[in-house]
Design a protein. Structure first.
Lengths: 356, 356
């Protein structure tokens, strides 16, 4: 498996995106996002996405140069039409509009529609936290999760993220899905010929299964990824309920769709909430209390088999330290595919990696 | 087990609260809350709470007549000191302040401290939904849940609720805890001499247990309810992470405490978020999309063993229909205790039930 520095992956990503039609700013923002995802260990939202994004630009799904449009605005809310720009660019700008809104109003809710795949949610809530505010974000997506008591995938994994400043150097960044597992992890097990843990999926009859093939209709992936079974919601009725709420906050509230019969490929609709902390308590006092809480939690007695209790976002910080030192491994197949796509755009990936 | 109409329970609750020192308005609001909780099947937050509330008034923990105090305010935020009034009264008023704030600002975040036990969260988010807005509320409480990887109860069940208007007659009301189960349910199993399902608790060594006694330090409840083990977080790191965030939103953001070493009896600190829907999309369009989604979900194929898929809040509506027709059963022990407390205040519970 080839191993790269983040600088090397940035060179590939930025040049490829620009060759595909992205502006300098777009290529920079999307690259920031993808390489950071790899760096913190979330490879599913890393540079492998360049394969689908370049295709999406070619198919007119992602529209480089699209401008954000403010459709409706009040003292503390904004509704934004993303006009199908790069998801990362649209969401980055929407988050900054939310931060600015919260600066004057105390809090803000910003919703976005006509937006492509925005990637890792924690990326954005971390930005809010670094601006000394509390950030919440959730998005919808393609149906993959069954409701509690159902056996058909009618909800997306509908993930959510919170970013909270802490007295320590790193903010708390919670980034979780309301489904037990991402479809990509089931597919990865299928490719490796491995079984999956019980509690992840049900088959087409709604029966629990540990065979990743049971999630799909034949012909199995990579031929197609049509679902026969479904991923289970986290915590039964709880994850299902929260997922349903997120489907509404992102779908119905943006005036787009939350009907699971309408699948939308790469698209995400977004709900963002930002709260200005010092409108409630002095920032230092808040941060001190947060660090005190996380310290108490971390120092509390461990369960058998655990040597450490992590706070949300800490696993990513550990991965980032490790990969900054030891490099970012990219699977052979992914790297080969990236080299091929680069060639299509007249780029030599190996030369870009070599800094040429 | 005696069986009552909601009118009968209202008579007992209202008169007892007034005798204990509540004003007409306070007695009315708390009674609304408690009897509604019984009616929708959530007996843990029903009239049995009168036993602890009357005691709390006597001990000076609940201060009848306390006035809400707005400590800090911005266009879309309010920080409120509840001055230790009845939790239900404080939260009811805070929710209405949030609704009014959202009417002018588009959205609102309202935080409350110095507040007693507010009861069932769904009660308040349903009020927001009935005002054609989206409501979110979460509260903290006493430590009972272990962090993921830990074995000591350092987090509360830190519950959350969403209320969302729907095109049908009833709003969606999600009301869930970030811990797998309420401590009260473990205690109920202990009293009945029953085992509990795996996945609810761990013992003092952090080992999974189905013996409810393992949650407590001897002497066992009702002698005391000091914990030896802990309730597990819902969905492992997910419920833990969300619970930690809620501990911060309610504790640190209100300027009070989120240190688990400080237990606080009946008290709750509150975080409320209200969003004005028609600031984003026309209300009818929103409601139609929500009903369409819930219809699709409800009509989707059922898993083995299920005949119906419920949307959040529907179980409560079913219970309410049933108990409105067939009465509200109150366990013998609870009723006897209520009769005794009534006597202490010179009231005859049986006469109140008989409408005298």
């Amino acid at each position: 498996m080839p191993n790269f520095t983040s600088k090397q992956l940035r060179a590939v990503s930025k040049n490829l995106l620009k060759a595909a039609g992205a502006s300098e700013e777009e290529a920079e923002l999307v690259t920031d996002h993808l390489v950071k995802a790899n760096l913190v260990g979330v490879d599913s939202h890393g540079v492998q996405q360049l394969l689908s994004y370049t295709k999406a630009v070619k198919n007119g799904v992602i529209k480089p140069g699209a401008k954000l449009e403010i459709v409706r605005e009040s003292p503390s809310t904004i509704l934004i039409n993303g006009n199908w720009g790069f998801g990362q660019v649209v969401c980055y700008k929407a988050v900054h509009l939310a931060i600015n809104k919260a600066k004057t109003a105390g809090s803000a809710v910003v919703c976005v529609y006509n937006c492509n795949h925005i990637g890792r949610l924690g990326h954005y809530t971390q930005i809010v936290a670094e601006n000394d505010m509390i950030g919440f974000i959730c998005v919808n997506g393609d149906p993959i999760v069954a409701p509690f008591g159902g056996r058909k995938a009618v909800l997306s994994t509908n993930p959510l993220s919170y970013g909270i400043p802490s007295g320590g150097t790193d903010p708390i960044v919670l980034d979780i899905a309301t489904g037990v597992v991402a479809e990509g992890k089931v597919r990865a097990a299928l490719y490796k010929g491995q079984q999956i843990p019980p509690g992840w999926i049900i088959d087409s009859q709604g029966k629990p299964s540990t065979n990743p093939a049971d999630l799909y209709e034949p012909p199995l992936p990579p031929a197609q990824t049509k679902l026969a079974g479904a991923v289970l919601p986290t915590g039964g009725h709880k994850g299902y309920g929260l997922g349903l709420v997120i489907a509404i906050l992102t779908g119905a509230l943006t005036g787009t769709e939350c009907d699971p019969d309408i699948t939308s490929g790469l698209t995400n609709a977004i709900y963002i909430n930002v709260v200005k902390i010092d409108q409630f308590v002095p920032l230092d006092e808040f941060k001190n209390k947060v660090s005190k809480l996380t310290r108490t939690v971390k120092e509390s007695p461990k369960a058998p088999g655990f040597t450490e209790i992590l706070v949300p976002g800490e696993a990513e910080i550990i991965a980032q330290k490790n990969r900054s030192q030891n490099g970012i491994p990219i699977p052979d197949l992914t790297w080969k595919a990236l080299v091929t796509v680069c060639k299509e755009y007249g780029l030599d990936a190996d030369k870009l990696v070599a800094g040429q």
